[in-house]
Ligand binder design. Structure first.
Ligand SMILES: O=C([O-])CC(=O)C(=O)O
Ligand SMILES: [Mg+2]
Length: 219
């Protein structure tokens, strides 16, 4: 079953993203720490993989990087328990939630949906499928991101406000999660701007020599 997830991007029906799941990141943007997960979506046309580039739309100039831990669903979930949530996971990936911060702030101020600021083409750079067996959810994964060789983000999944199973339980009360769907679990602190010509390098490290790297140019 999990074998077909190797190409999860081609079967993924939805990318569900979680906002403000690390309190340091919520605070750095002047947001309160949520008492319930904040959920939004990115279209699957947002996917981009190496060696392709992150493309900033011509009229934008404040694109931010957000490195995130991605969870890929294997078994369909509808209103699942925590145990079922864990069993529904097929694997993981490293991902970025690229965000046009100026537009997001304008939309936020007007109480309007964030979609355009987070869902434009190439806003979801994404790494290869990592099978479930490679990462234990009881361990913590280190997520980091460099821009032009300078460390900007360095966080640990243990600092998530809502754990991966809790997120699946919550989302699946309202939205059926299907085989191949991707959940982006929120970004740690340190988000900031990238410009055309910059290079983003992101990585994920953890127990049992887990080490995953990806690189994207911003054009
Ligand atoms: O735009 C934001 O800050 C919300 C978000 O995606 C995150 O916390 O990962
Ligand atoms: Mg995010």
């Amino acid at each position: 079953m999990a074998d077909s997830l190797k190409n999860f991007r081609s079967i993924c029906k939805k990318i569900i993203a979680v906002g403000r799941n690390y309190s340091e990141h919520a605070s750095e943007l002047g947001n309160t720490v949520p008492t319930k997960p904040i959920i939004f979506m990115k279209p699957t046309s947002a996917f981009v993989t190496e060696p392709n580039d992150i493309r900033i739309p011509a009229d934008w100039d404040e694109l931010h990087h957000e490195v995130e831990f991605g969870v890929i669903i294997d078994k369909q979930c509808q209103n699942v328990s925590k145990e079922e949530a864990e069993a529904s996971i097929g694997g993981y990936c490293l991902a970025l939630d690229m965000t046009e911060r100026k537009l997001q702030n304008e939309l936020k101020d007007q109480g309007l949906p964030w979609l355009l600021s987070k869902g434009f083409d190439t806003s979801c750079p994404c790494g290869d499928f990592i099978p479930k067996e490679k990462i234990s959810l009881s361990s913590s994964v280190n997520l980091w991101l460099n821009v032009n060789g300078n460390r900007r983000q360095n966080g640990h999944t243990r600092d998530m406000i809502f754990s991966v199973p809790d997120l699946i339980v919550y989302i699946s009360k309202y939205i059926t999660l299907e085989h191949g769907d991707l959940i982006l679990t929120g970004t740690p602190a340190g988000v900031g701007p990238v410009r055309r010509g910059d290079q983003i390098e992101a990585g994920m490290e953890g127990e049992h020599d887990l080490k995953y790297l990806m690189k994207f140019n911003v054009v």
